[in-house]
Design a protein around this ligand. Structure first.
Ligand code: AKG
Length: 321
């Protein structure tokens, strides 16, 4: 084992250094035993119910395990896997609506300190989901979580127009321009089971967050491992992906992704959060969910309003008195 690679640590300073130098860190004992117990129970119940009631989303059954593809008519479509197609892993989406135990993770003090350290004073929740990597699931293709970030360019060099980015095009962007974008995403993987090399522990390429390019398929990855209760934090630029699970048990994890407020979250919480969650949300949660206006962006009316609300009736056509 390379001892300079991140190990689970209780020290926030160590974690921040690991994140800066290696692109990931492991916060030890991030979850209490009680939290672990309740998270496992709620996730397992929810995942089973989603399967039974036809809502389950499965992936993890192909070697090219993420990305768009062209169908027979040449139309670009998102890749999805059903269990019948070989998808083994189960994703559970939008956990903000699926139990208080998931919402509590968002106010974890040590994690929030690390998020603020990397992303700054303001950020949004981009997604709050779970990945149950089941036995037989294959390794996910290495990717970054900010693949859409327009890369820095040189004066006079025409880059790809920022609105034309697609995962497919960015997978080809494996040559560094010698410049680098800042991290604008931070992904936290809460380990509900021990992560090992054989049970699908997330593969990472240490230091790849500083490469300035997208993953190349020959990159050597290692498994980020830790006992249940550890939180794995990944800089949005690091090359990573779910490992193959060759064990006989599921590897459960909650994945919480934050992004800076210039960018579009993966899950649209202003529409997709259930009203009962909003009814008890504090200002911090409302900000994470995108209800706080950021420098006049995200407004529905007056640019100097602080927050938006669903029940604000937008001003319409007016007729003078
Ligand atoms: O579950 C994991 O180990 C990683 C998942 C991941 O990289 C993703 O969902 O983008």
């Amino acid at each position: 084992m390379n001892s300079s690679l991140p190990q689970p640590s209780l020290s926030l300073e160590q974690c921040a250094n690991d994140l800066a130098e290696q692109g990931y860190c492991l916060l030890g004992d991030a979850l209490t035993d009680d939290q672990l117990k309740s998270l496992r129970k709620r996730l397992t119940e929810q995942a089973l119910a989603e399967k039974q009631q036809g809502f389950a989303f499965q992936d993890g059954g192909h070697s090219q395990n993420w990305g768009d593809f062209r169908d027979s008519a040449g139309v670009l479509r998102p890749q999805e896997f059903t269990e019948a197609q070989g998808g083994r892993n189960q994703r559970v989406w939008t956990l903000v609506n699926k139990g208080a135990v998931f919402l509590d993770l968002l106010s974890h003090t040590a994690i929030r300190e690390l998020v603020t350290g990397l992303l700054g004073d303001h950020y949004l929740l981009s997604s709050h989901t779970a990945n149950i990597a089941n036995p037989g699931g294959v390794a996910m293709r290495l990717h970054t979580d900010q693949w859409w970030m327009p890369p820095p360019t040189r004066i006079g060099r025409a880059g790809l127009p920022a609105g034309s980015m697609s995962r497919e095009l960015f997978d080809k962007d494996t040559e560094s321009t010698g410049t680098i974008s800042p991290p604008v995403v931070l992904n936290i993987l809460w380990m509900l089971d021990e992560f090992t090399k054989s049970n699908g522990g997330t593969r990472v390429v240490p230091g790849s967050h500083l490469s300035g390019c997208q993953p190349d398929s020959t990159a050597k990855s290692i498994a980020a491992t830790g006992p249940a209760g550890t939180a794995l934090l990944c800089d949005g630029r690091i090359w990573h992906g779910t490992g193959a699970n060759s064990s006989d048990r599921p590897r459960r994890a909650v994945l919480t992704t934050f992004c800076t407020p210039q960018f579009r979250p993966q899950e649209n919480y202003t529409v997709g959060t259930r009203q009962e969650v909003l009814d008890t949300a504090n200002p911090d949660l409302l900000e994470l969910l995108g209800f706080r206006i950021w420098h006049a962006y995200g407004r529905t009316g007056h640019p100097t309003d602080d927050y938006i609300a669903r029940d604000n009736s937008p001003l319409g056509e007016l007729i003078p008195d």
